[in-house]
Design a protein around this ligand. Structure first.
Ligand code: NAD
Ligand code: ZN
Length: 248
């Protein structure tokens, strides 16, 4: 595909790529996206942050639902797209991955966790809403006995680290992502409708700062107009194609 050949060339020349991924990179792992044709946005709207803070029953519900749902999420495996991005990192063409996904599949595919910014948090971690500390979610789930868990350090309210409706992103994460965007030679968007703000500022900022903006997505996005390279293609096949082109 001509667009992907141009993208491979851009990555080869600049060697300073940042990937920006969304739910579309994980649909091939069996995790539905929100806004794609089979999206679950309408079936299961995400929880409201305010009701979490004010309603103890809502918080207990959060923990009960994790007991039901987390095992299925934890069993999901990376697909060709996640592995190809990890390979592009290993080859030096992509430095960091900024993701909107909460599934942890980049890390499972071998991307160094230090090179993955999870703008919308992770189902595998729990954050204290008072002291801000992050914890592995496993002991919280294991020890859940129907009572609301608390921060083991400060006793504060804890919640899965995923960002809920009405909850702000972690300022340091957003700042770090925007800094990466400003230094990117190539901004490689994969599987995102680019409809969620402020996350979508990241590719926009990269384009403004001179990066070659490329978008691999099944559907058009609001940034198509300013993109240098557009590939309407499935993420797994497109990223595998790039690896093959760059790693002959
Ligand atoms: P989105 O659902 O808004 O958009 C996904 C886009 O990917 C759509 O345009 C769709 O056409 C495209 N797509 C789907 N499968 C694809 C494939 N195989 N190849 C190429 N393109 C494909 O996703 P978003 O932009 O990430 O925003 C949704 C929000 O919901 C995010 O904030 C994220 O936190 C959350 N979310 C995360 C997950 C996850 O962690 N896997 C899943 C659903 C939603
Ligand atoms: Zn705490």
């Amino acid at each position: 595909m001509a667009a992907l050949d141009r993208l491979a060339e851009a990555l080869f020349e600049r060697r300073s790529g940042i990937a920006f991924t969304g739910a579309g990179i994980s649909t091939e792992s069996g995790i539905p996206d929100y806004r794609g044709p089979n999206g679950r946005w309408k079936r299961m709207p995400p929880p409201e942050f305010r009701s979490f803070l004010t309603d103890p029953e809502r918080r207990l519900n959060h923990w009960r639902r994790r007991q039901e749902r987390y095992p299925e999420m934890a069993a999901k495996q990376p697909n060709a797209g996640h592995y190809a991005l990890a390979k592009l990192q290993q080859l030096g063409y992509i430095q960091e991955i900024v993701t909107q996904n909460i599934d942890g599949l980049h890390q499972k595919a071998g991307s160094d966790p230090a090179t993955v910014i999870e703008l919308h948090g992770s189902v595998h971690q729990v954050r204290c809403l008072d002291c801000g500390r992050l914890f592995d979610a496993e002991p919280f789930d294991r020890e859940f006995d129907g009572e609301e868990p608390r921060c083991p350090v400060c006793g504060g309210m804890v919640k899965e680290s995923t960002i809920s409706f009405g909850q702000s992103l972690v300022a340091d994460d957003l700042r770090a992502a925007l800094t990466l965007a400003r230094g990117a030679g190539v901004m490689l968007v994969v599987g995102s409708s680019l409809a969620v703000n402020p996350a979508a500022k990241v590719p926009r900022e990269a384009a403004r700062s001179g990066a070659i903006l490329s978008i691999i997505n099944n559907e058009p996005t609001p940034l198509d107009d300013i993109a240098d390279i557009l590939a309407h293609a499935p993420a797994g096949a497109a990223l595998t194609y790039l690896v093959d082109a760059l790693n002959p």
